[in-house]
Write a protein that binds this ligand. Structure first.
Ligand SMILES: Nc1ncnc2c1ncn2[C@@H]1O[C@H](COP(=O)(O)OP(=O)(O)OP(=O)(O)O)[C@@H](O)[C@H]1O
Ligand SMILES: [Mg+2]
Length: 360
């Protein structure tokens, strides 16, 4: 069934995306690091999971850290542990290799990591993955979903381990997804000479929304599969409102199977609520309500100078150029704004709607 409420797990569950899957698979077999970038609900997890099904893979979901202000090293190891407990029953040899590492104990199909100062080194864990994959003559895909969340890691740095893996562990292909592209790039510091990943080549796959014709086909096909007739008019309206973001189209499709009359309204309401809550989290995290004004000013696009003027008028006092630039570039980094030529604009129509009279 084309409409699903969870990420796709196999290629036959994916609508379209053939070229992105092909690019990803080529990259995974040749490159050390691939980024899969795209806005919320656009289908990143689905493409990555479906494309890598059946391969050796370790999947870390960093999204679980989204609402946290910071992450400890033990938290990160905890996320890895839950994935390993899934893998180890099928792969005893990996357990053997991991069990040799200081700070790791493997008992049967369970794995435990020491905490705090005695915690194992990520590089050594990655070496074990590499050796395991090498012995099997395969490449292991290390997926970190929403990897930008790891920017919040405190206590130990993970970038040196990733840099080490990039340079030395030939049997590991890293795939990071990110819905906040700017933040992910900032985390990786590819252009910072002091970064372990400085100057490294990174393959980048941008997942975009479906163009309107494709969205229409997706909905038509989904309804056909479900054996439900839905009017052309409603499909056209939904495609217009949901802007080709497949996650929202899927949500709408599932709703429409039950109540076609209210489905679009319900989808928009839910999506808007989610966008508002995500934006308010960001405002809370940064501690600056100025972001609300700035994003509202940019709803339909605004130049830097307009943003400064409006902001000063709202606050009734001067604001430095530096501050205006910082506000705008943070909003871009977090994926709330896009820069198009001279204009800063809220690209996501759902966020645009959420910003109407937003209260955080
Ligand atoms: N190519 C596709 N064909 C059919 N359904 C899809 C496709 N891509 C995604 N979906 C559906 O859209 C929804 C969102 O997909 P997914 O979770 O992969 O997106 P995401 O970009 O990872 O979202 P998030 O930013 O919330 O993590 C899921 O219900 C999934 O089943
Ligand atoms: Mg996802």
């Amino acid at each position: 069934m084309l409409f699903m409420d969870r990420p796709a797990e196999s290629l036959d569950e994916l609508f379209d995306r053939e070229s992105e899957v092909k690019m990803l698979l080529e990259s995974v077999s040749r490159r050390a690091l691939t980024l899969v970038l795209g806005m919320r609900r656009v289908g990143k997890t689905s493409v990555v999971r479906a494309a890598t099904r059946g391969r050796l893979r370790v999947y870390i979901d960093a999204r679980i850290f989204e609402e946290r202000a910071y992450i400890s090293y033990d938290d990160l190891l905890g996320a890895l542990r839950s994935e390993l407990r899934r893998i180890l029953p099928l792969h005893r040899r990996l357990g053997e290799l991991l069990g040799r590492i200081r700070g790791v104990s493997v008992a049967g199909v369970d794995v435990r990591f020491e905490m705090g100062r005695r915690a194992p080194n990520i590089s050594e864990l990655l070496e074990a993955f590499d050796q395991w994959a090498g012995e099997r003559g395969e490449r292991l895909v290390l997926i970190i979903d929403e990897a930008q969340e790891l920017i919040k890691l405190r206590g130990r740095a993970i970038l040196p381990a990733l840099g080490y893996a990039y340079d030395n562990l030939r049997n590991i292909a890293m795939v990071f997804t990110g819905s906040k592209a700017g933040l992910l790039l900032r985390f990786l510091r590819l252009e910072d000479p002091d970064s372990p990943l400085f100057g490294r080549y990174v393959e980048r796959i941008d997942l975009g929304p479906f163009p309107p014709e494709l969205s229409v086909r997706y909905l038509e096909e989904g309804f056909r599969q479900a054996g439900v007739e839905v009017g052309e008019d409603l499909i056209r309206k939904a495609v217009e409102a949901l802007d080709g973001v497949v996650g929202w189209l899927a949500y709408f499709g599932l709703r429409a199977l039950r109540s076609p009359r209210t489905a679009l309204e319900e989808t928009l309401e839910y999506a808007t609520r989610l966008a508002a809550s995500e934006f308010c989290h960001f405002v809370e995290y940064t501690g600056s309500r100025r972001y609300i004004y700035v994003a509202s000013i940019c709803r339909n696009g605004a130049r830097w100078s307009e943003v400064k003027r409006h902001l000063q008028a709202t606050e009734g006092r001067p604001i430095t150029d530096y501050e205006v630039t910082k506000l705008l570039s943070n909003l871009v980094n977090y994926g709330f704004l896009e820069k198009r030529g001279d204009l800063y604009v809220v690209a996501d129509p759902i966020l645009r709607k959420a910003l109407e009279g937003l209260r955080c």
